[in-house]
Design a protein around this ligand. Structure first.
Ligand SMILES: NC(=O)c1ccc[n+]([C@@H]2O[C@H](COP(=O)([O-])OP(=O)(O)OC[C@H]3O[C@@H](n4cnc5c(N)ncnc54)[C@H](OP(=O)(O)O)[C@@H]3O)[C@@H](O)[C@H]2O)c1
Length: 255
């Protein structure tokens, strides 16, 4: 797939007020992109914009909630008016929630689905018609390696990320014919305020700045999947093809 040189490109990034998104905002700007950042906390976004500008980069903030389709459409319209046509959209906003079936509450699952999967859908619905009209564009939504296979306590999160991966792989068949590239970003564990809450040892943990560099490099190279870190990715890729019984024995040993 064709890569995208980030220098001078207009990029829309959601979930930019913290963690991977915040690090990505800085890295994109460092690479010369014009960065439009979205999240719900406007004051945090404003600080990041000031910092990026102080470092000589170009950034703008557009507050919005990714679970609100009308807000996403308004944000995209505002960005295109202020910054210019969006070349690259990175729907990254999302969260994690541990769930156990012993205290089953479908509302929890649906709310994670609404944010992690629905948020990607709403961002794409807001930006894709414009990309199709222009006959070019690049989408790089953030899913997760946790979307590969079922894991304990991860039924809600994993399902939302699995849905995102399946959806993106499917639409890519169509969009590639319309000159729109789709890279699926599948991080392993990244040190962010989200994972700081985890109560277990996270294998192959990487910091957010490193994650941001890997994601930008993957987009510049037009990679179908930007999965990292590679040792953990390969462990999970192999786990994906293991017979269910063996997979369960191995996961039960670590859990
Ligand atoms: N960290 C990891 O190990 C890891 C691994 C794989 C995948 N991921 C994925 O990477 C993405 C970022 O995760 P992170 O670790 O950087 O988490 P984080 O530090 O908690 O950041 C989450 C971001 O999403 C924004 N957000 C949350 N709900 C939103 C909403 N309704 N509308 C708009 N923005 C919203 C938050 O900003 P506001 O609160 O200001 O809205 C924040 O900027 C998520 O999709 C996550 O699932 C993370």
């Amino acid at each position: 797939m064709p890569g995208l040189k980030l220098q001078g490109k207009n990029v829309w990034l959601t979930g930019a007020s913290s963690g991977i998104g915040e690090a990505l905002a800085y890295e994109l700007a460092r690479r010369g992109a014009r960065v439009a950042i979205t999240a719900r906390r406007a004051e945090v976004l404003e600080k990041i914009v000031s910092e990026i500008r102080a470092q000589g980069g170009q950034a703008w903030s557009f507050r919005g909630d990714v679970t609100n389709l009308e807000e996403m459409k308004r944000v995209v319209a505002d960005i295109e008016q202020t910054v210019g046509p969006i070349d690259l959209a990175i729907p990254n906003a999302g969260t994690h929630l541990f769930t156990v079936p012993e205290q089953f509450n479908s509302a929890e699952y649906l709310s994670i689905m609404q944010l992690n999967f629905g948020g990607i859908l709403f961002c794409i619905e807001a930006v894709l018609p414009r990309m199709l009209e222009r006959g070019k564009g690049y989408l790089a939504p953030v899913a997760s390696l946790a979307g590969y296979r079922g894991l304990p306590r991860a039924a809600a999160y994993g399902a939302s990320k699995s849905a995102a991966i399946h959806f993106l792989e499917s639409i890519r068949f169509h969009l590639v014919r319309r000159n729109i590239t789709v890279s699926i970003v599948n991080p392993g564990f990244v040190k962010t305020p989200l994972t700081d809450k985890n109560d277990f040892q996270m294998p192959f943990l990487v910091d957010a700045d490193r994650a941001a560099k890997i994601i930008c490099r993957g987009i510049e190279r037009g990679k179908r999947e930007i999965a990292f870190p590679w040792p953990f990715t390969w462990v999970l890729k192999i786990a994906r093809i293991l017979p269910d019984r063996i997979y369960e024995v191995l996961v039960n040993r670590c859990w």
